[in-house]
Write a protein that binds this ligand. Structure first.
Ligand SMILES: NC(=O)c1ccc[n+]([C@@H]2O[C@H](COP(=O)([O-])OP(=O)(O)OC[C@H]3O[C@@H](n4cnc5c(N)ncnc54)[C@H](O)[C@@H]3O)[C@@H](O)[C@H]2O)c1
Length: 426
């Protein structure tokens, strides 16, 4: 199959490209490198050094003997999106190219608006371009389990039967998101569902749990590594805990630490996306996959990280700072997740073994973590309308970014040394 990955330079887009190539699929990607620029904006970088995209393509060619087609461009540009779809007419699009950080969306009004405008615009542009140029293409859209919030009942897989005032219907499960970012995903889901219905498209909405891990079997060389973000804005709680343990800071579950979320290993997330691609939805079908493997509380994560760190001779402590978010710190959590299992999904990785693997990689890159240790603790506050002063104060203490062998991207609208292109490069 030919698969177009939007956001191919990102944390999950890159290993997905490698995984699909390994399964014999043709892969074409789109990216505008905005994540590289935004991680730099908050004074951080990936713990794993990430080469330019051209170097990544060259490494794939040399190591895997495969080629990745690439269009540099922004999904906010409809002409660009339409041109790519008209040229490629892919069998599937895996749409990952969105602003994906909840704290980033909560910094201030500008970050909230950018998140919602960019995320909704990109998805709508893809839907319109599919309708016009490639209506048989299957859209696999990355949503998030965070769309559902933490209701006091089981969470259905997209739809559920409701009886109200004596009448029954099958309705979308209610959404109750916890950041401007998560609400952008809710609105996206509505748009994908509606476009599928009115234009008879094919779509799968993936309610993605939190992904963990840096490696997949295809990542056989450091030049193929994916990014690992650990700052308060871009790093997940688990990533931050491991980084804290490596650099000797306390591990910091927020508040009571009983917040539960669904998690999945990177390798198993790639497996799930590949299954979704290889089993397309029917014309006119909008289906939902709750894509996670197991639920853990933040305290459970902290204690596993603490145990592994102690085994490795590190001596972390655990602190409980006040929760900067507005969220239930203790709640019921039981999402259903049967649809992927019915299509053959099986868990291959366990949380603790992946955490050990991450530690081994991060200890090698300890100096990169040390250089950015002050960006791990929380400064963005959900109740504040403007966290920029706190971020700016922290930024003032940040030493300049420079990386031997992997120069930091130059400041500029795209934050990357890649040339702009409306034509594919292989
Ligand atoms: N990583 C997780 O744990 C997780 C969990 C739930 C949902 N998700 C969702 O999965 C998707 C991918 O997440 P990720 O962790 O790989 O994020 P990422 O930020 O690492 O990757 C996204 C990529 O898309 C690119 N991009 C963003 N906006 C773009 C635009 N308008 N035009 C072109 N390129 C653009 C970025 O430069 C980046 O390379 C996101 O939609 C995210 O919301 C991720």
């Amino acid at each position: 199959m030919k698969v177009l990955i939007t956001g191919i330079d990102g944390y999950s887009g890159w290993p997905l490209a490698l995984h699909l190539l390994g399964r014999g699929h043709d892969v074409v990607g789109i990216d505008n490198f905005v994540t590289r620029r935004r991680v730099k904006e908050v004074g951080s970088w990936s713990a794993t050094p990430i080469p330019t995209f051209a170097r990544r393509q060259a490494a794939v060619h040399e190591i895997l003997r495969k080629d990745i087609g690439f269009y540099r461009g922004d999904l906010s540009n409809f002409e660009f999106v339409r041109r790519v779809l008209a040229t490629e007419r892919p069998d599937a699009i895996v749409h990952l190219a969105e602003q994906r950080s909840a704290p980033y969306s909560m910094i201030d009004v500008h970050h909230a608006v950018a998140t919602q405008v960019e995320n909704l615009t990109g998805t709508l542009h893809l839907l319109y371009a599919m309708r016009e140029c490639s209506p048989d293409t299957h859209l696999v859209k990355m949503g998030t389990m965070g769309e559902y919030g933490t209701p006091n009942i089981d969470i259905a897989e997209g739809f559920f039967e409701v009886e109200f005032n004596g009448r029954k219907d099958r309705l979308p499960f209610p959404r109750s998101a916890g950041s401007w970012y998560h609400w952008s995903k809710v609105f996206d889901s509505g748009d994908v569902m509606y476009a599928t219905k009115i234009w008879n498209l094919r779509s799968t909405d993936v309610m993605q749990g939190v992904i963990y891990g840096i490696r997949t079997p295809e990542i056989r060389d450091d030049r193929l590594l994916t990014r690992f973000d650990f700052d308060e804005t871009w790093g997940t709680a688990l990533n931050r805990f491991i980084a804290q343990a490596v650099v000797g800071l306390p591990i910091t579950p927020y508040g009571r630490g009983e917040q539960r979320r669904g998690f999945i290993a990177l390798e198993d997330s790639m497996q799930s996306l590949r299954i979704a691609v290889e089993h397309p939805a029917s014309r006119g079908e909008y289906r939902v996959f709750n894509q996670f493997d197991a639920a853990y509380s933040v305290n459970e994560l902290a204690h596993i990280v603490h145990r592994v760190a102690t085994d490795l001779g590190l001596h972390p402590t655990i602190d409980h700072p006040t929760d900067p978010r507005v969220e239930a710190e203790q709640h019921y959590y039981n999402p259903l997740h049967d649809n992927l299992i019915a299509l053959g999904y099986r868990r291959t990785r366990e949380l603790e073994e992946v955490i050990r693997e991450i530690f081994h990689d991060l200890i090698r890159y300890r100096r990169r973590l040390e250089a950015r240790r002050h960006v791990i603790q929380a400064t963005v506050q959900w109740r504040s309308a403007d966290s920029r002063p706190a971020l700016a104060a922290r930024h003032a203490e940040t030493p300049p970014l420079a990386e031997k062998g992997h120069p930091a991207p130059p400041a500029g609208p795209q934050g990357s040394s890649e040339p702009a292109s409306a034509h594919p490069t292989a």
